[in-house]
Write a protein that binds this ligand. Structure first.
Ligand SMILES: [Zn+2]
Length: 460
């Protein structure tokens, strides 16, 4: 037997085996059980979340005759009767799937609607599934409206779209709308795990999680990636093989890179960037992963986080949460997002990536890079805020560097002590309001450096 891709082989054939979309499944089941069927449904959601799959299951529910041939409309299609099997195999004449992207004209729609007027040949219901319905022309939509409002009783419409905004309100209002959600990486990974088990193949849980994240909410994309990973690994699917397949840099490398930036070690950071290039990792992907890492750090700092034991990033996230101030996390995250936007305009990916690193270094709140002109705009100190000084700076090297920095004005925001890892909490000092002076880099050269107690120099 020829190889069948996983997404097709493991396409769910009934509501029970659907992964995710519980809210839609529950609603459809109730409608079927109570025989309160609408004549037109609209499924919305990104690609590969189950729109076509749900539509086929619904068609089976409507047309299943049961194993004994006497069954009626059911929420548990038998999967064995002629109707069920024919729909599964894609040869049921009264279940018609149309791709609106390639059949979008009014003539095609009119033909379809004319045919819909004939009773089904050998079934209870004629089910029309119109995929990517937003691609229809305005005329085609208009031709549809009348039939959509009052179709013959044996006709059901299932419309599907990835872009509901482009579907006219007149059509929306005639349909029962269900929004299919993106799959969570955990749901995709767990489905992958059960498939791997059923296929008798081995995989590391962390590898599946990485593939699932790469699928960005789409089960079909996830299973295609899994197909690739199985072929690529040629045996057990490991984290290492998935990383190199996806061109994804390990989070440990990104953690190390972040540390270099925190230390103000430009050469060290660029060395890592160069090494990434040598291993032909994708810089664009690295920007995305780096931002995702900082997002996790921000959450870990703010609310704490319980980590899954298979989570390969856990140690790195915890480490950075202890080293970085929340402001730094925010700033660096913003720089990464900006760099992703700028990537297309950058001379090349390497330049786009390294400029993000250099920008992080240039805008480092502690201003610890020798010879750099550090932006020194700060808001005036609020009266009641404790002045954190340098208490929560990352590590010794930064503290040392920062103490020699000459351009740091009064800090305005309290430094949080992330996860209790950083230094002692800052002493609460009642500060008199400080006059905000326009930053003047030359003048700042003359301002006394901070002393170690974290007492900022006063503007005169
Ligand atoms: Zn059946």
């Amino acid at each position: 037997m020829s190889y069948q891709v996983l997404a097709r082989k493991w396409r769910p054939h009934d509501f029970e085996s659907m992964v995710g979309q519980e809210h839609v499944v529950a609603a459809l089941r109730h409608a079927l059980d109570e025989n309160r069927l609408h004549h037109a449904y609209l499924f919305t959601g990104t690609r590969g979340v189950g729109k076509t799959t749900l539509s086929r299951i619904l068609a089976k529910c409507l047309n299943c005759t049961g194993e004994d041939g006497k069954g009626g409309v059911t929420s548990h299609p038998c999967g064995k009767c002629e109707a069920c099997r024919a729909i599964d195999e894609g040869r049921f004449v009264d279940y018609i799937e149309i791709d609106a992207a390639s059949n979008r004209s009014v003539e095609e729609m009119t033909t379809l609607l004319e045919r819909a007027m004939y009773a089904p040949s050998n079934a209870r219901y004629k089910v029309y599934m119109i995929d990517e319905v937003h691609m229809l022309t305005t005329h085609a939509f208009n031709a549809m409206l009348k039939t959509l409002e009052e179709p013959p009783e044996y006709v059901k419409f299932i419309l599907a779209t990835t872009d509901p905004q482009k579907v006219p309100v007149t059509v929306l209002s005639r349909c029962l709308q269900f929004n299919l959600r993106n799959m969570t990486p955990a749901a995709v990974a767990s489905h992958m795990a059960s498939i791997m088990q059923a296929e008798g193949l081995e995989a590391e849980p962390a590898a599946l999680l990485m593939l699932a994240k790469g699928a960005r909410g789409s089960m079909r994309d996830g299973l295609s990636l899994l197909d690739q990973a199985i072929a690529f690994a040629g045996g057990k699917v490991t984290l290492e093989s998935v990383r190199s397949m996806l061109g994804v840099i390990g989070s440990d490398v990104l953690v190390e890179l972040t540390c270099k930036v925190l230390e103000g070690d430009a050469q060290g950071a660029l060395d890592i960037a160069d090494a990434m290039g040598m291993q032909s990792f994708s810089y664009a992907q690295a920007l995305r992963d780096w931002a995702a890492l900082l997002h996790r750090v921000a959450i870990a700092q703010r609310v704490g986080q319980r980590f899954d034991e298979n989570d390969p990033e856990a140690a790195g996230v915890e480490k950075l949460a202890g080293l970085m101030s929340p402001e730094e996390v925010q700033l660096d995250y913003q720089i990464l997002l900006q760099a992703r936007n700028d990537m297309a305009a950058a001379p090349d990916e390497y330049a786009g990536f390294t400029m993000a690193i250099l920008r992080m270094l240039a805008f480092k709140p502690a201003g610890s890079i020798v010879g750099s002109r550090v932006p020194v705009h700060e808001a005036p100190v609020e009266k009641d805020n404790p002045v954190g000084g340098m208490a929560a700076v990352h590590d010794n090297s930064s503290v040392a560097a920062a103490s020699t920095a000459q351009t740091e004005p009064a800090k305005s925001k309290p430094q949080r002590s992330p996860l209790g890892v950083a230094a002692e909490p800052p002493p609460v000092v009642a500060e008199p309001p400080v006059e905000l002076v326009e930053p003047d880099l030359d003048a700042l050269q003359d301002v006394a450096p901070w002393d170690d107690a974290g007492e900022p120099p006063r503007g005169e």
